[in-house]
Design a protein around this ligand. Structure first.
Ligand code: F6R
Length: 657
């Protein structure tokens, strides 16, 4: 949790200072925590470190700084906080300063041995002023400097003493330099000319450059102006390579939408295309080629606009034998054939995506799949063998619960792969069998939307890939790449059709936004989507909502239903349709108000509201059903006037257990 940003450089633009750069960066990181913030900067005129820290949103901090511009400063570090140790007060906000005022630090993570260190330092005369675990870092560095060490050495030796998880930026007045330390939470560096930037993730950096350097655990970057040196905690110098990021800075802006969440919901058709278009190949008899989605459209037009894509698809690729290509995945045929089980590990929405992917995998590959919460799995006595394939799913790639659980599996020599949105994130380093990137681009809204639907898509591609590798033909013979891809190419358009009914969803939201409780019910592959829909509503509107398997209602929760309870059903025209309709009747009989999201016109009387969405293959249906639920939650929250992009108590990446 928390976000940190640092800058040291030579700013040419008049009136721009390091504080502007850091403040601007913190805006992109605000999704990581927003209960307080602060910046420490080196004042070039007075030659001292100064700082401001404020509880509440980042605007409180920028208002304070707006009163003291113009500032003359070339180096600054900043922090945006999601409180763990110590209340979110002005005092407990970062930066933390040592006794001399020459060292300022910001920290993301937890220092587990802070009590021991603090007591030791207090005995030596250090004065502490906050309730946080982080303050100990500033005093520890100071203590080493008092003992004759250079700033870099003091930071290095302090890093060796700290236990827990930490990404630290330390600013030093004497050398006007910054040290960035990574052990656990992420840190990414970027250099442009004589300017060096460091941040918790790439979103504040892509404005300046797309070439970044990921620090690994136990590494320290030490820099001032354009001079950058990276070493290990043992002091060994290392040369790091830069990674090119394909994220576009404009994607991190609201672009006319009222909220990031709304924009990210609307981006989904395009992001879905990004996620699959380069990953489906066909063989023209000579070699494998990437399927060109545009070619399918061109053929369709040539055939006449009334032809559907499936006809043109057959024209273009008849018998071509589609293959899934997942760049960077190192899962071999033997890995798949020898695997005893596939285990998905994730948290929150990513856990619900994993649950839906379980259904996809079982339909497509016929392999048993187990899904575990990161926070639970780590402490279970779950038998892990070296033949197991573990798949971690995480938008941020930083979720401590997920990553710790994968570390447990890895220690037992299981094969690890991951599905993530963030290049170079911690989960990628754990994945000895490779990474599938969701290509969703920066997701700023705290409630996951486009990351979730692209995770579903990547899970589907993984299932097809595993099926190709293994040659398994489960009972669903029909579910091969060829047939699924025919429907997949239609999916972005069908998603757009759902976005077209946004106004209808808003009208429906107006009828329900005063409700205090909701039930979301679904069956089979749509049950995880009921869970996700309920989570979206809870997170951003603060209305209590429960996701449940529709068939389980009668075993207890039906007691909750009365005329005040809106019940949202996910209804699909599949073999479970009649059973779900029976469940609807059970709710109707108890007076519940029923909203149905359906891909056909169900013959049921007494529905309060019907949300019609396009039909697709059952295995793809989770992607389509998610959209109306996101929009519904969004409109309810907007009507209630909650803070949609930064809901209370939440942070986007949960880097503590
Ligand atoms: C829900 C949400 C959270 C995350 C969860 C895992 O909208 O965003 O539930 O899904 O914290 O985060 P990642 O996917 O980054 O591991």
């Amino acid at each position: 949790m928390c976000g940190i940003m640092g800058f040291s450089g030579n700013l040419k633009k008049e009136q721009e200072s390091s504080v502007d750069v850091v403040l601007n960066g913190l805006k992109s990181l605000e999704y990581r925590g927003y209960d307080s913030s602060g910046i420490a900067y080196y004042d070039n005129d007075d030659r001292v470190i100064k700082y401001i820290k404020k509880s509440g949103k980042l605007t409180n901090l920028s208002n304070e700084f707006s009163c003291i511009t113009p500032l003359n400063s070339d180096a600054a570090i900043g922090h945006i906080r999601w409180a763990t140790h110590g209340r979110p007060t002005d005092e407990n906000a970062h930066p933390h300063i040592d006794c001399t005022g020459d060292i300022a630090i910001v920290h993301n993570g937890i220092i587990e041995n802070y009590v021991v260190l603090k007591n030791k330092l207090i005995k030596k005369g250090h004065k502490f002023t906050t309730e946080t675990d982080s303050e100990v870092i500033a005093h520890l560095i100071e203590d080493y400097i008092n003992n004759g060490k250079s700033f870099y050495e003091a930071v290095r030796l302090s890093s060796l003493e700290l236990l827990g998880a930490f990404a630290i930026l330390a600013l030093n007045a004497g050398e006007k330099s910054i040290a960035a330390v990574k052990f656990g939470p992420p840190l990414v560096l970027a250099q442009k000319d004589n300017n060096i930037y460091v941040a918790s993730d790439i979103s504040p950096l892509i404005e300046y450059t797309n070439d970044v350097i990921y620090l690994k655990n136990s590494e320290i970057a030490y820099f001032h102006y354009g001079n950058l040196e990276i070493t290990t905690f043992k002091g060994k110098k290392i040369n790091k390579t830069t990674t090119k990021i394909d994220w576009d800075a404009s994607r991190a802006a609201k672009s006319g939408f009222s909220h990031f969440m709304q924009k990210e919901i609307y981006e989904q058709p395009a992001r879905l295309l990004d996620a699959f278009s380069s990953r489906v190949m066909y063989n023209d008899g000579m070699k494998d080629n990437v399927v060109n989605i545009n070619k399918i459209k061109i053929q369709r037009n040539a055939l006449g606009s009334n032809e559907n894509t499936q006809n043109s698809f057959n024209e273009v690729f008849a018998g071509a034998g589609l293959k899934i290509s997942l760049e960077g995945l190192k899962l071999t045929k033997n890995d798949v054939l020898n695997s005893s089980k596939i285990v998905f590990i994730a948290c929150g929405s990513s856990y619900y995506a994993s649950l839906a992917i379980k259904y996809m995998m079982e339909m497509i590959c016929g392999l048993p799949v187990i899904v575990g919460y990161g926070s639970e799995f780590r402490y279970e006595n779950f038998p892990v063998s070296q033949n197991d394939i573990f798949v971690g799913i995480s938008q941020s790639g930083e979720t401590a619960d997920t990553n710790s659980a994968l570390e447990v599996a890895k220690a037992k020599r299981a094969k690890i792969l991951s599905i993530t949105n963030v290049p170079g994130s911690q989960i990628t380093g754990l994945s000895n069998k490779g990474v599938i990137y969701t290509h969703a681009g920066p997701e700023i809204g705290v409630a996951s939307t486009k990351a979730f639907t692209t995770q579903l898509l990547c899970g589907l591609l993984l299932a097809l890939y595993i099926r190709e590798k293994s040659g398994f033909i489960p009972q669903y013979r029909w579910f091969n790449s060829q047939n699924i891809f025919k429907d997949l190419v239609e999916l972005p358009k069908k998603m757009e059709k759902i976005l077209f009914i946004d106004e209808t969803l808003k009208d429906i939201a107006k009828k329900y936004y005063k409700s205090s409780n909701f039930l979301y019910l679904g069956r089979g592959i749509l049950y995880p989507i009921a869970l996700e829909g309920a989570l979206k509503l809870k997170e951003i509107s603060y209305i209590h909502a429960e996701g449940y398997p529709a068939g389980e209602m009668k075993h207890g929760p039906i007691a909750l239903v009365d005329e005040n309870m809106p019940v949202l059903f996910l209804l699909s025209n599949n073999m479970l349709a009649s059973k779900t309709i029976s469940n609807i009747e059970e709710i109707k009989a108890r007076g519940g108000r029923i909203i149905a999201v359906a891909d056909y016109e169900p013959e049921i009387d007494g529905l309060s509201d019907l949300i019609r969405i396009p039909e697709t293959l059952e295995v793809l249906s989770p992607i389509l059903y998610t959209l109306p639920l996101q929009l519904f939650a969004y409109h309810i929250a907007a009507l209630k006037g909650t803070d949609i992009d930064q809901p209370r108590n939440l942070a986007k990446s949960v880097t503590v257990e």
